[in-house]
Design a protein around this ligand. Structure first.
Ligand code: NAD
Length: 459
């Protein structure tokens, strides 16, 4: 397997997967570090790591080489620095032993502590290599775990500059490898966090079940946006355009289908298509970067061909373009779509915005819920109350109200993935640290009674 540059299309070097015996050595080395890490000033070391990472341009350059885009790489680095800062502040509060309380049995008191898993494995995708590489690793480290991250084989260049920033004593190792490396990692850790596609997620869950370790799965999506009559169409069209095309649509929380009340459908479509037509590619000075993964151009083209073949109308974009060796896709607005088309049912992971007219709220909700996925969603309505009433009927783990794809930027809200979009505890919000801990209860009998009634044996 080779490492390809998404802008030039050139193969830059062969992938260099860590060998199985070396991976086992990394796991052993981290396990040896874990006891000291549990007793260390974890906040201080994590803060040093965050400060080093926040303005490191070698790391940034490698990320740009991995993904072909600059703005999102800067944003990733900024979000990760903020994420480290947030966990350094919150972890001590969240890990503090709970206040003791009297139990229902007289004289007995309940206390507890939190026991981190010794070694956590994170297996991550190519669309935000740095952010998704560290989004779970940081709370796991803050919880007191050692962590191995195995990023995607598509984007391994950032690993070396990142590892140079890891301070001595921080039990974090990021290793280069492919699917086989990820599979081997599952057998070496005490808990696994996986971000990626549904088929691979199933394999990871099965392997984790065999190893009897918990697997937290963050998988794909097909996020709907609903635009109801009375919504601010100017705002909705701008938000949906951003939500569907940021990072060229290569984001799990991308808006991938839009349901619009029939009475405002034409006006909304004209606004969306007009704005989409203005958004250019990074190779022309615009914001839309290249398609990163080698198999993606064919998948996006197949979804487009299927839709057009079944009668969809293309208003903007609509073709995979070649520039300088890379593949690109402009924001593509489609209408005349329905649920017989792949573009409405399967994850595209590209900047396509198919717009479908619906009659009334019930039809909009039914169409939005007609999916195997349930990652997130967006609702635009005349009032917040109306939008929230619809949000509460959606099978999705997070709903942006009068905006789109806010989970990309707001990580404070606890959320679960519904349906095939994931399994396990929340990745977002303070509760996410619980994925890396076992809670232990201490049940202390402080009663003076030498022989409480529950010790009595039956005559
Ligand atoms: P993928 O499933 O192909 O690969 C993800 C990772 O799994 C890679 O590191 C890969 O090497 C590894 N892997 C492959 N086979 C494995 C195996 N048998 N055992 C263990 N690891 C294995 O996904 P991708 O193409 O890299 O990423 C795109 C997908 O990720 C999309 O479906 C997207 O929606 C999803 N995603 C989800 C979220 C989320 O938070 N829910 C975020 C970003 C991306």
């Amino acid at each position: 397997m080779n490492v390809r540059n998404p802008v030039t299309g050139r193969i830059e070097r062969p992938l260099d997967p860590v060998r199985p015996e070396r991976l086992a050595g990394v796991a052993a080395e981290l396990r040896a570090m874990a006891p000291a890490w549990r007793d260390a000033d974890r906040g201080a070391l994590l803060s040093r790591f965050g400060a080093a990472l926040a303005d490191d341009d070698t790391l940034l350059a490698a990320l740009v080489a991995d993904t072909g885009r600059v703005a999102e790489s800067l944003l990733e680095r900024q979000i990760v620095a903020g994420l480290i800062d947030r966990w350094v502040r919150q972890a001590p509060v969240l890990l503090a032993p709970p206040a003791e309380f009297p139990a229902s049995l007289p004289g007995v008191h309940v206390g507890g502590d939190a026991v981190p898993y010794e070694l956590v494995g994170a297996i991550t995708p190519w669309n935000f290599p740095l952010l998704l590489g560290l989004i779970d690793a940081v709370p796991a480290l803050a919880a007191g775990c050692a962590v191995v991250v195995k990023p995607s084989e598509v984007t391994p260049r950032f690993i070396e500059p990142l590892m140079r920033l890891v301070p001595d004593g921080l039990p974090l190792r990021v290793v280069e490898g492919d699917g086989a490396t990820g599979a081997a990692l599952v057998d070496l850790v005490d808990a696994v966090v996986f971000t990626g596609s549904v088929p691979t997620g199933r394999l990871v869950a099965q392997a984790a079940a065999r190893a009897f370790v918990p697997a937290y799965l963050e998988l794909g999506g097909k996020d709907p946006a609903i635009v109801l009559a009375g919504a601010d169409l100017d705002r909705a069209s701008s938000a949906i355009l951003w939500g569907g095309t940021a990072n060229a649509g290569q984001a799990c929380q991308s808006i991938e289908r839009v349901y619009v009340a029939r009475e405002v459908h034409d006006e909304f479509l004209a606004l969306l298509a007009g704005k989409a037509a203005q958004v250019g590619l990074t190779c022309e000075g615009g914001p839309i970067g290249p398609i990163i993964a080698p198999e993606q151009p064919d998948l996006i083209a197949a979804h487009l061909a299927d839709a057009v073949g079944k009668g969809a109308v293309v208003h903007t974009g609509g073709v995979i373009e070649r520039h300088g060796g890379g593949h690109w896709c402009r924001p593509t607005v489609l209408s005349g779509v329905d649920h017989t088309m792949l573009v409405m049912t399967e994850e595209t992971f590209g900047p396509l915005l198919p717009v479908m007219a619906v009659d009334g709220v019930d039809e909009a909700v039914a169409a939005a819920n007609d999916s195997v996925y349930g990652l997130s969603a967006a609702v635009f309505a005349a009032t917040e109350e109306a939008a929230r009433a619809v949000a509460a009927r959606l099978h999705a783990g997070a709903v942006s109200v009068n905006d789109a794809s806010l989970t990309a930027l707001v990580h404070e809200g606890e959320k679960h993935s519904f349906r095939l979009s994931g399994l396990g505890g929340s990745r977002m919000g303070t509760a996410s640290i619980n994925r890396f801990l076992r809670r232990r209860a201490f049940l202390v009998n402080r009663s003076d009674a030498a022989d409480p009634w529950w010790h009595a044996t039956k005559e």
